[in-house]
Design a protein around this ligand. Structure first.
Ligand SMILES: CC(C)(COP(=O)(O)OP(=O)(O)OC[C@H]1O[C@@H](n2cnc3c(N)ncnc32)[C@H](O)[C@@H]1OP(=O)(O)O)[C@@H](O)C(=O)NCCC(=O)NCCS
Length: 145
């Protein structure tokens, strides 16, 4: 069984999440997670998916407040062994529920072009032109909650 949880900043689960994000998102691009980034994550909402069988974190994301009604979803990552089993979809649904609960009515995110379809399947639509950052092409995706 899998369960979705909120993760406290600087908890041992948060460390697990940082490691997972590194393995799935940063390492393949040759990027590092800098400790200087850690401090700014204190005020973000961190969310994880736990595989109850072995109590392991298998996916996660973070929500970053932008203004009074909009929150940005970032660093969505599912462990390679568990991809395409619905974990990403469950994470997003839980994140949307939490965002709504704390008063946000809109989620924005920047999706790599390779995964735009995944977000479209989850009700997000592309807004504006695609753009490039550090050699990677992104689309800006939006969903009203
Ligand atoms: C993208 C990601 C978060 C999706 O999570 P997931 O648990 O694998 O996705 P789900 O099982 O809930 O949804 C599956 C559907 O999303 C789409 N999808 C998922 N991963 C995809 C990928 N890498 N490329 C294209 N489509 C993908 C497919 O339509 C898939 O349906 P299908 O298996 O019937 O074809 C996950 O695969 C991941 O972490 N990938 C690597 C990191 C990444 O690219 N993160 C996004 C940063 S913007």
């Amino acid at each position: 069984m899998r369960k979705m949880i909120d993760i406290d900043f600087n908890s041992s689960r948060y460390d697990e999440l940082v490691q997972l994000r590194y393995k799935i998102l940063l390492e393949p691009l040759g990027l590092k997670f800098l400790d200087s980034h850690r401090a700014q994550e204190e005020h973000y909402l961190h969310i994880g998916c736990i595989e109850a069988l072995d109590d392991k974190l298998i996916g996660g994301l973070m929500l970053v407040p932008i203004n009074h009604d909009t929150i940005r979803m970032m660093q969505v990552a599912v462990d390679g062994k568990y991809q395409r089993e619905g974990v990403g979809t469950q994470l997003i649904k839980y994140a949307e529920k939490r965002a709504k609960e704390i008063g946000y009515s809109k989620i924005v995110m920047h999706a790599m072009l390779t995964v735009v379809h995944f977000y479209e399947k989850n009700g997000y639509h592309q807004e504006g032109d695609i753009f490039e950052e550090k050699g990677i092409t992104f689309a800006r995706m939006v969903k009203e909650l």
